[in-house]
Design a protein around this ligand. Structure first.
Ligand code: ADP
Length: 360
């Protein structure tokens, strides 16, 4: 899924730089006539400096404004998702714990034969919790989380994607342990050679693979997670580097029940018996986690709409004026919120999983 955080900020126009590649901040950002953009860039770079006040080697040749963009927009200081927020997916959680979290917590044990892969692919229908898993990994492993949507690299950072990728991996390596989550990774590492595959997108892909190679072998504590709804578009090189590939399927009936209850209990008033929940679960076969969230949202509007229909003004409405959410509201909402994944698509995922997926 997209439309979350990511690159919501406006494009930041280039900041005047005095050029030069010394690690010294003042000489890099220009001392006189500091305007606010320069100030914030400076603060941001200062945070990345070592105890000697020097910018780490890896960041010296990068443009300050790109480093700033990575630090402010792509880096998430507090990913704020825990395992227990994610419904179902027990198998994926178990695999990820062994493959990724333990190695990040205990690099001393996970070396040699136990050394982990540095690339993980999460594939499956949209809205099933792939991004949540990425954030939870960072949270559980106390790692810095970086989120980027690969399509923004090609659409928004036209001509600058390579530089941004370098800045991303550079900042990540100064913030280890780090988890780099690349959403829609297929749009970056796709096998399809569209006729007009631009020179620039080919270069971007090469740059990306080079960066991955860079921490593949070394002792760096960086994990790359790619997420995709179109695994079949990944080429062989991409598959080779994403050594673990986990299928993240649609939620089971139990997981759907859990999502409903978990969301409703957050803001209180509902009246659903066990049988009502069962009924809703039967009616939501094929719904993704995010479809379920939308369903709950829509159902929660039921009591509000009803109160307003009885003539209460929105500005005067009190919480007590609304009845609890009931099965009726869900039945109504089911008319509005339809499943977003087709059976046909599911078949494609299962086929790809059988061929390329990791079973453990
Ligand atoms: P994607 O698989 O597209 O990355 P996300 O992880 O962004 O999906 O999920 C989108 C939203 O859907 C989440 O913010 C969450 O509210 C809901 N959701 C999806 N899957 C789950 C799940 N397994 N457990 C709880 N909530 C989920």
């Amino acid at each position: 899924g997209f439309s979350r955080r990511g690159i919501r900020g406006n494009f930041v126009p280039p900041i005047k730089s005095n050029g030069g590649n010394s690690g010294n901040l003042t000489s890099r950002i220009g001392g006189k006539g500091d305007d606010t953009a320069d100030d914030s860039t400076k603060r941001c770079l200062e945070l990345l400096c070592g105890p000697d006040g020097e910018l780490p080697e890896k960041l010296r040749n990068l443009e300050p404004r790109l480093i700033e963009h990575v630090s402010n927009e792509i880096m998430d200081k507090d990913p704020n998702v825990r395992w227990e927020d994610i419904a179902g997916l027990d198998h994926a959680k178990k695999c990820v714990t062994e493959m990724v979290i333990w190695p990040l917590l205990r690099p001393d044990i996970f070396k040699g034969c136990r050394s982990p892969g540095k690339g993980l692919l999460l594939f499956g229908p949209p809205g099933t919790g792939k991004t949540m898993i990425g954030k939870a990994i960072a949270g559980e492993a106390k790692a810095t989380f970086f989120y980027i949507s690969a399509s923004s690299l090609t659409s928004k950072w036209i001509g600058e994607g390579e530089k941004l990728v370098r800045a991303l991996f550079g900042v990540a390596s100064c913030r280890q342990p780090a988890v780099i989550f690349v959403d829609e990774i297929d749009s970056l590492l796709s096998q399809r050679k569209s006729e007009g595959e631009h020179e620039s997108s080919r270069r971007l892909k090469t740059q990306f693979l080079i960066e991955m190679e860079g921490f593949d072998s070394g002792s760096e504590q960086i994990l790359l997670i790619g997420a995709t709804n179109r695994p079949q578009e990944l080429d062989e090189a991409a598959r080779r580097r994403l050594t673990k590939r986990l299928y993240i399927p649609l939620p089971s009936s139990e997981a759907r029940a859990w999502i409903i209850q978990n969301l409703l209990k957050k803001d209180g008033l509902f009246k659903l018996e066990k049988e009502d929940i069962d009924t809703i679960c039967k009616l939501t076969e094929g719904y993704s986690g995010s479809d379920m969230k939308n369903l709950v949202k829509d159902a929660s509007m039921g009591p509000l709409r009803e109160a307003l229909k009885q003539g209460i003004e929105i500005t005067k409405l009190k919480k007590e004026d609304m009845r609890p959410v009931t099965l009726k509201d869900f039945e109504q909402a089911l008319q509005e919120v339809r499943p977003s994944v087709s059976l046909n698509e599911l078949g494609t995922y299962e086929k790809w999983n059988n061929q390329f997926g990791s079973l453990s």
